[in-house]
Design a protein around this ligand. Structure first.
Ligand code: ZN
Length: 378
């Protein structure tokens, strides 16, 4: 959701902390807007001071967002779920957790923790303002921060994915129906519906010549995109559940491309021509059928054909990336996760002792899922 060009700032309580480059744009905008507001409200401030106070407000605003994300993170960690990262981006913050909570109750508490932190901070700031007498401009900043934290809590409670309210709705439906995917499905619908409302709330004034709600259009667009992809992911996952108990070995391609290390390149060319699949890459095994590397067809272009008879495949092979290898006894779900994580189209399957079994392709797993999904209710 936040792309790969995030900048790592450091760690917060052991959690890697990133900001998306778009965040600097928002910080600049907030600094300028609040700076101008303060300059107008407090004309006695020295030149430059309102802008510095605007920057402080902007940074505190994002500290509020981080506190909100830390709320989610803290509850997740309490449940034994590691937090991968906290990232600030254009539309706020996101805490990325290693896996979904296992019960609807746990999912509920992880989701509501963020808004609770925001409301708590709002309360503390209000109390602070009424007991401590600060100079008027600083008091104005504390008030603004209290309003921001309150709005953060309320906005995130809108009951549609990807917002916290959507996750809370998901947990409630999960609790009632016993099916987590049913929860995602409904929260994905409501998320898209709120996205449409947000777009309309910005678009209608815009068509009447008032662009002040343009931001709503962007937020709505963001909601629709993310709500929809959450729904799609849930559909895939619910089908995957039907693959429970299936192993990688069940999906290994019948005609996996395998060549022996002591075969000549001429033999390799012949083998490839006769092979049923149109593979660009072959797995290389030694005399004991152990996986020793891979060879691509491209290698032939760099070697003159008169040398093909005398050169062995073993001399031109490349080592195998560990990330592309999986054990035959692993679950098919683990294979899919590995394919997704490294953006691969196939995995090399070996036995625990390193003997090569063959290849498992993403397409054949998808075919299996499609066959199975006729029997599984989604
Ligand atoms: Zn949240």
């Amino acid at each position: 959701m936040t792309g790969n060009n995030n900048i790592r700032i450091g760690t917060l309580f052991g959690i890697p902390f990133f900001v998306n480059p778009s965040w600097f744009l928002i910080l600049g905008l907030v600094t300028w807007t609040y700076g101008n507001d303060l300059a107008q409200d407090f004309p006695t401030l020295l030149p430059g001071v309102p802008l510095v106070l605007g920057l402080v407000t902007g940074l505190l605003l994002f500290a509020s967002v981080v506190a909100h994300e830390l709320g989610h993170s803290w509850v997740a960690i309490k449940q034994g779920i590691p937090v991968r990262s906290i990232t600030l981006f254009l539309f706020g913050g996101v805490a990325s957790i290693e896996k979904e909570p296992t019960t609807p109750g746990n999912a509920f508490w992880v989701s509501i923790a963020g808004p609770l932190v925001s409301f708590l901070l709002c309360g503390l700031l209000v109390v602070f303002n009424s007991f401590v007498s600060l100079p008027a401009p600083l008091m104005a900043i504390v008030t603004v921060l209290a309003i921001i934290n309150f709005s953060l809590g309320v906005f995130n409670l809108i009951p549609g994915l990807p917002l916290d309210g959507g996750n809370i709705l998901k947990a409630i439906v999960w609790k009632i129906t016993g099916n987590p995917y049913q929860g995602v499905k409904i929260a994905s619908w409501t998320g898209q519906a709120f996205g449409v409302l947000a777009i309309l709330s910005g678009l209608i004034p815009l068509l009447n010549g008032n662009p002040s709600r343009f931001w709503n259009i962007l937020v709505g667009w963001f909601l629709i995109q993310n709500a929809r992809s959450a729904g799609q992911l849930a559909r895939v996952q619910s089908r995957l559940d039907g693959l429970d108990g299936w192993l990688v070995i069940d999906a290994v391609s019948e005609h996996s491309p395998i060549v022996s290390a002591d075969a000549s390149l001429r033999d390799f060319v012949e083998l490839r021509t006769l092979h049923p699949g149109n593979w660009r890459k072959f797995l290389v095994v030694d005399a004991a059928s152990k996986l020793v590397g891979e060879v691509t067809v491209d290698v032939l272009q760099s070697i003159p054909s008169e040398l093909w008879a005398s050169k062995q495949v073993g001399e031109v092979l490349k080592p195998i990336e560990p990330a592309t290898v999986i054990e035959a006894g692993s679950s098919l779900i683990a294979a899919i996760e590995q394919l997704e994580q490294y953006q691969l189209s196939e995995l090399t399957v070996i036995q625990a002792d390193g003997l090569l079994v063959g290849l498992v392709e993403k397409v054949s797993i998808i075919n299996l899922i499609q066959q199975r999904s006729n029997v599984i209710s989604v």
